[in-house]
Ligand binder design. Structure first.
Ligand code: GTP
Ligand code: MG
Length: 199
């Protein structure tokens, strides 16, 4: 799929205030600093569309980006950021859960995982929560430029072995690098298929 246009539409903390359109949307979620905003910029080819930062906790709101005037990418705040106060973490979790449970237009959630780190309890329980609520999701492994091919393979195997402990079927997955622009075509083709009801 070709990206002809990408526009920032709105940031907010309430699902009720998200755009009142019927377009499919794709949410990017994962731990703080995993590379959600960078991936959105890589996919759209617009380097400063979503705000990125080496300081975790940059994205605090639900951010809608309209793509090709007929679908949305949604940048969500990261979870599991230890330096946030408990009150703030609970608030952000509430915003995310409310959005995920109520947003009818949500076509798929991309759960981002830094390929370098061991499977983390909060990522695994978040995916189980999505499964319990029948919210479709895929895994996007990020920052693969930081590992050699052989190490990547080992990390993926460890991750899949861990997932198999609780899932009978593995979700679709993508191996990406925002830095090296890897995985772009695969992700956009997947979105295109969902948009055209082929998945
Ligand atoms: P929050 O909004 O804070 O939750 O973070 P985020 O998940 O949106 O992460 P963001 O895209 O802001 O990226 C965090 C840091 O990781 C930045 O310093 C990025 O440059 C870096 N980064 C993101 N993707 C990649 C990648 O594919 N490769 C490398 N090497 N660095 C990356
Ligand atoms: Mg961000």
């Amino acid at each position: 799929m070709e990206i002809k246009s990408a526009k920032f539409i709105i940031s907010n903390t309430q699902v009720e205030k998200c755009p009142d359109t019927k377009f499919n949307e794709y949410a990017f979620i994962g731990r703080s600093n995993v590379g959600k905003s960078s991936l959105i910029n890589m996919l759209t080819g617009r380097q400063s569309l979503a705000m990125t930062s080496s300081t975790p906790g940059k994205t605090l709101l639900i951010n809608h980006f309209l793509i090709n005037d007929n679908w949305y990418l949604v940048d969500l705040p990261g979870y599991g950021f230890a330096k946030r106060s408990i009150k703030e973490r609970v608030k952000i979790q509430g915003i995310i859960e409310d959005y995920l449970l109520k947003r009818q237009q949500l076509a798929n959630v991309f759960v981002l995982i830094d390929i370098r780190i061991e499977p983390q309890a909060n990522d695994l329980s978040f995916m189980e929560w999505l499964g319990e609520h029948q919210i479709p999701f895929s895994i996007v492994f990020t920052k693969t430029d930081k590992l050699k091919a052989g190490q990547q393979k080992i990390k993926l195997q460890v991750y899949f072995d861990r997932l198999k402990e609780s899932w009978s079927e593995l979700p679709p997955y993508f191996v990406t690098s925002a830095e090296k622009r890897l995985g772009r075509k695969e992700l956009l083709d997947y979105i295109d298929k969902v948009n055209n009801n082929l998945i």
